[in-house]
Write a protein that binds this ligand. Structure first.
Ligand code: GLN
Length: 191
C-alpha cells in the first residue's frame, strides 16, 4: 500500500497515476496512516501551507522517521521543497532529508508554467521525458550521494538519493510517466 500525503495539493492525480501502474494507494493525514506502508508520495501543492498542516496534524516527526527508515518516496514539486536540506527565495524550514538546495518559484509565476522536454541520463530507462512545470522550484545545489536522473538545460530536475526519488516537475500529470514507473519499481523491489 502506497500512502499519498493528502493534506493539500494534487494528491488525487498521484493516486490515479499509481493506480495506472497497478499500485493501491491510501491518503495520509494522520501519523497512524503511515503504518505498514510500502511507499510514500509527497505531492505538489503549496509547500508553506503543507509545512503548517504537517505541524498541525503532528505528522512532521513521524514522516521523518518513516523516510529515514528507508521507505521509498516519490516527492514532486512542493514535495521536493519539503524534503530539501536548504530552501531559498524565500527561505523556509524543511524536513532536511534530501541533500539538495532548492530555490522556490525559480522559473517565474503561474504564467511561466510550461511543459518542457528534458534530458535524461543513463539512470532512467527511457529515451525521452517531458516535464510539467507549475511554479516549480530549481535545484541549485546537489550534495553527495544524490544522482541526477534528468535535467532541463543545466538544471537538475529529477534526482535520486537512495530510496528517495524527487522531481521539480509533475510526472503524475504526464500520461504513462517513466518516473512513476521507476517509483513503482522501487516500491515493488522493497516490498
Ligand atoms: N510554488 C510551490 C511552492 O513553493 C510549488 C508548486 C507546485 O508544487 N506545483 O511550494
Amino acid at each position: 500500500m502506497v500512502g499519498v500525503l493528502a493534506l493539500q495539493g494534487d494528491f488525487s492525480a498521484h493516486r490515479q497515476a499509481l493506480a495506472e501502474r497497478g499500485l493501491v494507494s491510501c491518503e495520509v493525514r494522520k501519523p497512524q496512516h503511515l503504518e505498514g506502508l510500502t511507499g510514500l508520495v509527497l505531492p505538489g501543492g503549496e509547500s508553506t501551507t503543507m509545512l503548517k498542516l504537517l505541524d498541525a496534524f503532528g505528522l512532521q516527526q513521524p514522516l521523518v522517521e518513516a523516510i529515514t527508515a528507508g521507505l521509498p518516496v516519490l516527492a514532486t514539486c512542493a514535495g521536493i521543497i519539503l524534503l530539501a536540506e536548504e530552501v531559498r527565495h524565500p527561505s523556509q524550514p524543511s524536513l532536511g532529508l534530501l541533500r539538495v538546495a532548492v530555490e522556490r518559484n525559480a522559473y517565474g509565476r503561474q504564467l511561466a508554467s510550461t511543459v518542457a522536454q528534458l534530458q535524461v541520463t543513463d539512470e532512467l530507462p527511457t529515451p525521452s521525458l517531458e516535464g510539467v512545470f507549475i511554479r516549480a522550484p530549481r535545484v541549485v545545489r546537489v550534495g553527495e550521494g544524490v544522482k541526477v536522473l534528468a535535467t532541463r538545460g543545466e538544471d537538475p530536475v529529477l534526482v535520486r538519493q537512495g530510496a528517495i526519488l524527487a522531481a521539480t516537475f509533475h510526472p503524475e500529470l504526464s500520461p504513462a510517466s517513466p518516473v512513476v514507473a521507476l517509483f513503482a519499481d522501487m516500491v515493488r523491489r522493497k516490498s
